[in-house]
Design a protein around this ligand. Structure first.
Ligand code: PHE
Length: 457
C-alpha cells in the first residue's frame, strides 16, 4: 500500500529501491552520460562557434542544471511514484492543486519524443559496430569515411532496422525492472571513461591539440547568437537528463538516507567532465584532418572512425568504443522510457512487460520521422528544418526549459520549506544556495533566454 500521509518516511515505491547510494549515482550518471555528451555536445559546440558556447553551456550546467536536478530528485523522492502521480500527490499536499500533474505529464511526453530520435542515433552507433569489426575504417581517408556514413543514412531500410533493434533492446531491459539497470551501468561507465582517455592520448599526440583547445575554450561572443544561447541551455538540460521526469522517476527509488546534494554534485561533475573530454578528443582531430567543426549531427561519425582507422589496434578499439557508446545510449534511453512505463504500470492494470511493449512501440513509431529525415523525407522541411531538427528543437529548446522552470517553481516556491529542507538535509549554506538559485536565478534566467531567443524581448 502506498502511504499518503504528509511525511514521506514510510512512503515506498512500487518498483523497489536502488541498493545503495552508489547504485543511484551510477544509474543517474548512466542516464546523464550518453549521446548528449559524446555526439550532441561536440556537434552543437562546433555549429555554434566553439568557446563562447562552451562557456555558456558550463555556466548553465552549474547555475541552472544543478538546482533543477536537486529539485527534481527531491520531488521524486518525496512522492515516490511516477512523475505524473508524484506531481498530483505533492501538488495536492503542498500547494492545494492536483493540476501539477500536468507538469509530470509534460515530462513524460517530452521524454518519449526525445527517445524517438535518440533511438535512431543509437541505431547509427549500433550499425558502426559491425563496420568497426570488419575493419572498414582501416586506412580510410576523410572522404571515404564520410561516404561510408552518407551511404548508410541515405538507406531508409538500414536506418529503420537499426532503430528497431535498439528499441527492442530497450524494451528487453526495461521490462525487467530497476535491478536490470544497475548491473549494466556499474561496468559500462568506467569502461567508457577509460576508452575516452585512450582516445584523448591519441588526439593529444596526433591531433592539432592546441587548435582544438583554443576552439573550445577561447570565447568569441560574436559567434554566439541568442539562438545559440538557447541551444546551450537546452543542451545543458538534455545532457543532465533534467526537465523530463527521468530524474524524478529515478529519485523515487532513492533510499531516504542518501544526500541529494552529494548525489547531484557527483552526477553533474561526471556528466560535464565526459562532455568536455569528448570535445577534447574530437576537435583536435577535426582540425588535424581539415574537417569542418560545424558539420552537424554527422560530426562524431565522420571524425572518430578516421582516427580509429589510423591507430594501431584500431579495429579492436573502434569496436569497443562503439559497443560502449551504444551501451551509454542504452542506459540513457532506459531513463527516457522509465517515466512512461512507470506511469502506465501504476495507472492501468497492465503489467510491466505489457506496458513496456506498448510504450516502446509508440516511441518506435514516432522515431520513423527522424529515421527518414536523412533519406526519403530529407526534402520535407518546415519551421526549423527536417523532422529530426524540429523534434529536437521543440523538445530540447522549448519543452525542457519550460518544465525546468516549473519544476524549480514547484520545489522552491510551492513546496513548504519544511518539506524541501527535510529532503535536502537541513538549513545550511548549501540549502540557502539551492533556494536562491531555484527560486530566483534559474527560472528568471531560463525565461529571459527563452524570450530573447524567440524575439519577444
Ligand atoms: N542525458 C542523456 C544524454 O546526454 C539523454 C537523456 C535525457 C537521458 C533525459 C535520459 C533522460 O545522452
Amino acid at each position: 500500500m502506498l502511504s499518503s500521509d504528509n511525511s514521506n518516511q514510510e512512503r515506498q515505491s512500487l518498483h523497489g529501491n536502488w541498493s545503495s547510494r552508489l547504485a543511484f549515482i551510477m544509474a543517474v550518471t548512466g542516464s546523464a552520460v550518453g549521446l548528449g555528451n559524446i555526439w550532441k555536445f561536440p556537434y552543437m559546440a562546433g555549429q555554434n562557434g566553439g568557446g563562447a558556447f562552451v562557456l555558456v553551456y558550463l555556466l548553465f550546467v552549474f547555475l541552472i542544471g544543478m538546482p533543477v536536478m536537486m529539485s527534481e530528485i527531491l520531488i521524486g523522492r518525496r512522492g515516490r511514484r511516477n512523475p505524473v502521480a508524484t506531481m498530483a500527490l505533492l501538488g495536492e499536499e503542498e500547494g492545494g492543486s492536483k493540476h501539477w500533474k500536468w507538469l509530470g505529464a509534460l515530462g513524460v511526453i517530452t521524454a518519449m519524443l526525445i527517445l524517438s530520435y535518440y533511438s535512431v542515433i543509437a541505431g547509427w552507433t549500433l550499425t558502426y559496430i559491425p563496420k568497426a569489426i570488419s575493419g572498414q575504417f582501416t586506412g580510410a581517408d576523410a572522404t571515404l569515411i564520410a561516404d561510408l556514413f552518407d551511404d548508410f543514412v541515405s538507406n531508409p531500410a538500414a536506418v529503420i532496422s537499426a532503430h528497431t533493434f535498439f528499441m527492442f533492446l530497450n524494451f528487453f531491459v526495461i521490462s525487467r525492472g530497476v535491478k536490470g539497470l544497475e548491473v549494466a551501468v556499474k561496468f559500462l561507465m568506467p569502461a567508457l571513461l577509460f576508452l575516452l582517455f585512450v582516445l584523448l592520448y591519441y588526439s593529444l599526440t596526433s591531433g592539432s591539440f592546441s587548435e582544438g583547445v583554443s576552439f573550445m575554450f577561447t570565447p568569441n561572443f560574436a559567434a554566439l547568437s541568442w539562438d545559440g544561447v538557447l541551444t546551450a541551455m537546452g543542451l545543458a538540460c538534455f545532457t543532465l537528463s533534467i526537465g523530463m521526469g527521468a530524474i524524478m522517476a529515478y529519485g523515487a527509488y532513492l533510499p531516504q538516507e542518501t544526500s541529494i546534494t552529494n548525489a547531484a554534485v557527483s552526477v553533474v561533475v561526471a556528466d560535464t567532465g565526459i562532455a568536455v573530454l569528448s570535445g577534447l578528443v574530437i576537435f583536435p582531430l577535426v582540425f588535424a584532418n581539415g574537417l569542418n567543426p560545424g558539420e552537424g549531427p554527422d560530426l562524431v561519425f565522420k571524425t572518430l572512425p578516421l582516427v580509429f582507422g589510423q591507430m594501431q589496434a584500431g579495429v579492436f578499439l573502434a569496436t569497443i568504443f562503439f559497443v560502449l557508446l551504444a551501451f551509454a545510449a542504452l542506459t540513457s534511453a532506459l531513463g527516457l522510457m522509465e517515466p512512461a512505463v512507470a506511469w502506465m504500470v501504476e495507472s492501468t492494470n497492465y503489467n510491466r512487460k505489457k506496458s513496456s511493449a506498448i510504450i516502446a512501440s509508440l516511441i518506435w513509431f514516432f522515431g520513423l520521422g527522424t529515421a527518414l529525415s536523412d533519406n526519403l523525407l530529407s526534402e520535407f522541411k518546415f519551421f526549423q528544418g527536417t523532422i529530426y531538427e524540429n523534434v529536437d528543437f521543440i523538445t530540447s529548446n522549448i519543452m525542457l526549459p519550460m518544465s525546468a522552470v516549473f519544476i524549480t517553481i514547484f520545489a522552491a516556491w510551492v513546496m513548504s520549506k519544511n518539506s524541501s529542507s527535510e529532503e535536502l538535509d537541513g538549513h545550511g549554506v548549501v540549502y540557502k544556495i539551492w533556494q536562491l538559485l531555484a527560486r530566483y536565478f534559474a527560472p528568471i534566467a531560463i525565461l529571459v533566454i527563452f524570450l530573447q531567443a524567440i524575439g519577444w524581448i
